[in-house]
Design a protein around this ligand. Structure first.
Ligand code: FA5
Length: 346
């Protein structure tokens, strides 16, 4: 092959390679063009190079020199295209960005301690055979009072002790039967869910209900106008006070991690007879957690259960109190001020 022809092929190759590299819009296309022109085995430059052998001996130095120049030019065109693609990638390049500096510290959100407590309580009670159920937070006074055997003239119905809704006529509800003259209110106890569950399901029952309740209590270290209760209800043939005490003791032992003595103090709730206050012995003192008792026969009658057939126990414990004792929290208000420094500890 004559020198002129050899050189012309090389020059043509530079132009085509440059066009192909410039046209590549992505890494894949660029790599394909690189293989086409610069490929070590079957590349087009290699093919022209092989023809160097056919160039007359006298012209070989000039041909070889030109070959090296063209090779360098094609490689330079490839480098330029590579740099172009890197600069136009999605990432916006920031001159001041220093990849060697430590990045910002991300802190993960946490489950609120009350929610953590609720999950744990469900877990423990679940192992004791109690299924979680739910009820509405806006209740009618029939479920909150009447069906729970709270008499029409009972002081617990007083509007100063309850959050009735603006349109509700609490006094009209005093003799309310279900759905009639029944005032809407924010429930003051989770015992309402006992009623709703028994209305829907026949005995035997073993349920818990965890949720918010509302009372116009002044906030202090141990009281808040909105708090949570865990209600428990077990109904079957032959359920006794001994079952109640056993369940509460097993629960406390699982929850607090030590053998926890339980104390019952005589008390009064309209919906249980007998009724007790439940105290746990913890860190050298007795702490009150809630109320409990044997379900009053009048409650069974209100929901259509036969009190001659079944007996049952019920209890209502303060969830905040349980949470506070486990974590050594002194003031219930800390749980509701949403201070991340406090909440991040749990
Ligand atoms: C009741 O609410 C009954 N319904 C409990 C019950 C259920 C008795 C079933 C019998 C059978 P009491 O009003 O005592 O009871 O409240 C129970 C617990 O809720 C208290 O012991 C306390 O731990 C918690 N508690 C009451 N008021 C507040 C408040 N303002 N803030 C935080 N926790 C409270």
């Amino acid at each position: 092959m004559a020198l002129a022809e050899f050189v012309q092929q090389l020059d043509q190759l530079v132009v085509e390679a440059d066009q192909a590299f410039s046209a590549a819009t992505g890494q894949e296309a660029l790599e394909a063009a690189r293989i086409e022109f610069l490929g070590a085995k079957a590349g087009r430059l290699k093919a022209v190079q092989k023809q160097l052998a056919t160039v007359p001996v006298a012209d070989k130095p000039a041909a070889g020199k030109r070959l090296n120049e063209v090779k360098a030019a094609i490689e330079a065109a490839f480098e330029t295209a590579t740099a172009r693609l890197e600069n136009t990638s999605d990432e916006v390049r920031d001159e001041t960005f220093d990849p060697t500096l430590p990045g910002p510290a991300w802190s993960l959100g946490k489950v609120h301690p009350i929610t953590q407590t609720i999950l744990l309580l469900k877990d423990i009670m679940g192992r004791l055979g109690f299924t979680p159920v739910e009820g509405p937070e806006i209740e009618d006074s029939w479920h909150n009072f009447d069906a729970l055997n709270v008499p029409a003239i009972h002081p617990a119905r007083d509007p100063l002790d309850n959050f009735y809704l603006a349109h509700a006529q609490w006094w009209g509800a005093q003799s309310g039967d279900q759905g009639h003259g029944s005032a809407d209110m924010l429930r003051s106890q989770t015992s309402t869910v006992q009623i709703r569950t028994m209305q829907q399901q026949p005995p035997p029952l073993r349920i818990i209900s965890l949720g918010r309740v509302y009372r116009p209590d002044t906030a202090d270290e141990t009281h808040y106008p909105m708090f949570h209760q865990m209600e428990g209800l077990m109904v079957d043939r032959g359920v006794t006070m001994a079952d109640l005490k056993t369940v509460l003791r097993l629960f406390a032992t699982a929850y607090l991690g030590n053998s926890v003595p339980v104390r019952f103090r005589p008390s009064f709730f309209p919906f249980t007879e007998p009724s007790v206050e439940v105290d746990y012995y913890w860190n050298g003192r007795w702490v009150e957690f809630g109320g409990a008792g044997m379900v009053d026969p009048n409650v069974f009658q209100a929901v259509g259960y036969d009190p001659d057939e079944v007996t049952g126990f019920a209890f209502g414990l303060g969830v905040e109190r349980l949470c506070m004792i486990r974590h050594g929290i002194r003031d219930i208000r800390d749980l509701y001020t949403n201070d991340v420094r406090f909440l991040a500890q749990f």
